[in-house]
Design a protein around this ligand. Structure first.
Ligand code: NAD
Ligand code: UPG
Length: 445
C-alpha cells in the first residue's frame, strides 16, 4: 500500500485521509492549524461528521493514521500527496487559490522523492496545469513530480458514507503512470473509476455542483409560482419525479441552497466563463434565484408583522442543512441579521450549530437547548433547517408555548395534513398556507 499524505484536515481532507487509512493505506494528515492537529491527536474530530470520530480513533490506534503540522518531513517522503485545502470565494466571485498554491510551494520545497500530487480541492479549469508548472519550477531536489485531478463529491453530514461508497471516482490525468497510481490507491474501495484529462475532471466537479444548484433554484422558482396560482409544490414534484429522467432527488423547495460549495462554485464557474467571453446564463439564473429565495420567509412574515421591532422571535435550525455544524452560507445568517437589525429578540434552537453560531453572534441571541424553550412566549417562529428533531416535534407545542403561533417554515418540515387542527398560522414554501390561529378557537367555542 502507498505512503499517502493529505494536506488539509477540513471536511474533504480529513474524511479522505481517514477513509484511505480505513481501506488499508498508511496515511498522514497535515494541517497548519495547531488546534485541529492537537484535537485529532487526542482522537477528537474538529468537525461534526457522523461516524468520523470512531474511524479516527480506530485507525490511529492501529497505526494507519497520524496527524502533524510538520509538513516538511512528511512531504519529503510521500508517494502520493492529496491537496484538500479550501478554495473559498474571492470578492469578485472567482475562486481563491492562495491555499492551494501555498501547499504547492511547500511541496516543491520539501519533496525528496518522486511523488504524485493529487488536487482534490475544487479548482477552476486549468488550475492543475498551473499547479504542476509551479511545483516543477520551484523544486529543491531533482525528483519527478506529476499532478493529477481527483475532484471530491462528498456532501457534509454524510461525508464518510459518501467517501466509502462514492458514486464514482473521477481521475484527471494525461499520464498513464499517474492514472495507474490512483487506480491502485482507489482499488480497495471497489468503486466505478472514470479516467479523463485534467481539464475535464476539473469541469466535472463544477458542472455537477452547478447542475444541482440549478435544479434547486428551478424548483424554488416553480414553488414561488405555485403559491401564486394555487398549486402545491409537493404534489407537483411528486408528479414530476415519476419520470425517471427527472428523478426525485434535489427537488426540495426551501429558502435556497447554502453551504461551502454551491454558492461559491456557481459563482466561480460563472466568473471563469465570463473571463472566456462566455455568459453562462443558466448558472447566472441559479445564482439570482437563490439570492432572492433566502428572504422568501421574511417576505411572508412581513404580511403579518410590518415590523419585527421588539418582537420575540423563535428560530428553529441554524446550520445550512441537517447533519452538520457548518454555518458557511447558511440562509439563517442573513435572515437573523435582518431580524436583529430591526430590533427583534431571538430565541434560537439548533441541535449542533449553537457553539459555532456563538462565534458569529455571541451576545445578540438567546440560545436555547430545546424546541420548547425556543418557542416559549414567542410571537412568531422561523424554521431554517429541517433537522429530524424539528420534523418530528410535537406540533401541539406551537400553540401551547407561543404567545401567537405564527410559523414560517423555510424547509417544509411538516405535511399540510399534520399541521391542520393545531390552531396555528402556518406558511411554508410553494404550498397553501394554513390559517387557524384565532379562527379554530372561534369554531370550537
Ligand atoms: N466541504 C465539502 O462538502 C466539500 C465537498 C467536495 C469538495 N469540496 C472542496 O474541497 C476543498 C476543501 O473544502 P473543505 O470544506 O474541506 O475546507 P475546510 O475549510 O473545511 O478545510 C480546509 C483545511 O485546510 C487547512 N489548510 C489551509 N492551508 C493549509 C496548508 N498550507 N497546509 C495544510 N493545511 C492547510 C485549513 O486549516 C483547514 O483545516 C474546497 O476546494 C472545497 O470546495 C468541499
Ligand atoms: O432538494 C434540495 C437539496 C438541497 N438543498 C440545499 O442545498 C444546500 C446544499 O445541500 P447538499 O448538497 O446536501 O450539501 P453539501 O454538503 O453542500 O454538498 C454539495 O456540495 C459538495 C461540495 O462541493 C458536493 O461535493 C456535494 O456533492 C454536493 O451535494 C443546502 O443548503 C440544502 O438545504 C435544497 O434546498 N433542496
Amino acid at each position: 500500500m502507498s505512503n499517502i499524505t493529505v494536506a488539509g484536515t477540513g471536511y474533504v481532507g480529513l474524511v479522505t485521509g481517514v477513509c484511505l487509512a480505513e481501506v488499508g493505506h498508511q496515511v498522514t494528515c497535515v494541517d497548519n492549524n495547531d488546534e485541529k492537529i492537537n484535537l485529532l491527536r487526542q482522537g477528537i474530530s474538529p468537525i461534526y461528521e457522523p461516524g468520523l470520530d470512531e474511524l479516527i480513533v480506530k485507525n490511529t490506534e492501529n497505526g494507519k493514521l497520524d496527524f502533524t503540522t510538520d509538513y516538511q518531513s512528511v512531504y519529503a517522503h510521500s508517494d502520493v500527496i492529496f491537496i484538500g485545502v479550501g478554495t473559498p470565494e474571492n470578492e469578485d466571485g472567482s475562486a481563491n487559490l492562495n491555499y492551494v498554491f501555498t501547499v504547492a510551494k511547500e511541496i516543491a520545497e520539501s519533496v525528496e522523492q518522486d511523488c504524485l500530487v493529487v488536487v482534490k480541492s475544487t479548482v477552476p479549469i486549468g488550475t492543475n496545469d498551473r499547479v504542476e508548472a509551479y511545483i516543477k519550477a520551484h523544486l529543491k531536489h531533482n525528483v519527478k513530480i506529476e499532478v493529477a485531478s481527483n475532484p471530491e463529491f462528498l456532501a457534509q453530514g454524510t461525508a464518510v458514507r459518501d467517501t466509502l461508497y462514492a458514486s464514482r471516482i473521477v481521475i484527471g490525468t494525461e499520464s498513464d503512470e499517474a492514472k495507474q497510481i490512483l487506480m491502485d490507491v482507489y482499488e480497495p474501495f471497489k468503486l466505478p473509476i472514470l479516467a479523463m484529462n485534467r481539464r475535464s475532471a476539473e469541469m466535472v466537479k463544477y458542472a455537477s455542483n452547478d447542475f444541482l444548484a440549478l435544479k434547486i433554484s428551478f424548483i424554488n422558482d416553480i414553488a414561488n409560482l405555485c403559491e401564486k396560482v394555487g398549486a402545491n409544490i409537493e404534489d407537483v414534484t411528486n408528479g414530476m419525479s415519476y419520470d425517471e429522467r427527472i428523478g426525485n432527488r434535489f427537488l426540495n423547495p426551501g429558502i435556497g441552497y447554502g453551504g461551502s460549495c454551491f454558492p461559491k462554485d456557481t459563482k466561480a464557474l460563472h466568473w471563469l466563463a465570463e473571463e472566456e467571453g462566455y455568459i453562462l446564463r443558466t448558472v447566472k439564473a441559479a445564482i439570482d434565484v437563490n439570492e432572492k429565495q433566502k428572504y422568501a420567509l421574511i417576505k411572508k412574515a412581513r404580511n403579518d408583522f410590518p415590523t419585527f421591532n421588539e418582537k420575540k422571535v423563535a428560530v428553529l435550525g441554524l446550520t445550512f442543512k441537517p447533519g452538520t455544524d457548518d454555518l458557511r452560507e447558511a440562509p439563517s445568517i442573513p435572515n437573523i441579521r435582518l431580524l436583529l437589525n430591526e430590533g427583534a429578540h431571538i430565541q434560537a434552537f439548533d441541535p449542533v450549530g449553537i457553539e459555532n453560531y456563538k462565534k458569529l453572534f455571541p451576545d445578540q441571541i438567546s440560545y436555547k437547548h430545546s424546541i420548547e424553550e425556543a418557542l416559549e412566549d414567542a410571537e412568531l417562529c422561523f424554521i431554517f433547517t429541517e433537522w429530524p428533531e424539528i420534523k418530528e416535534m410535537d406540533l401541539g407545542l406551537f400553540k401551547e408555548k407561543m404567545k401567537t403561533p405564527y410559523i414560517y417554515d423555510g424547509r417544509n418540515c411538516f405535511s399540510l395534513y399534520e399541521i391542520q387542527n393545531k390552531g396555528v398560522n402556518y406558511h411554508s414554501i410553494g404550498r397553501p398556507s394554513v390559517i387557524e390561529y384565532g379562527v379554530l378557537d372561534e369554531v370550537q367555542a
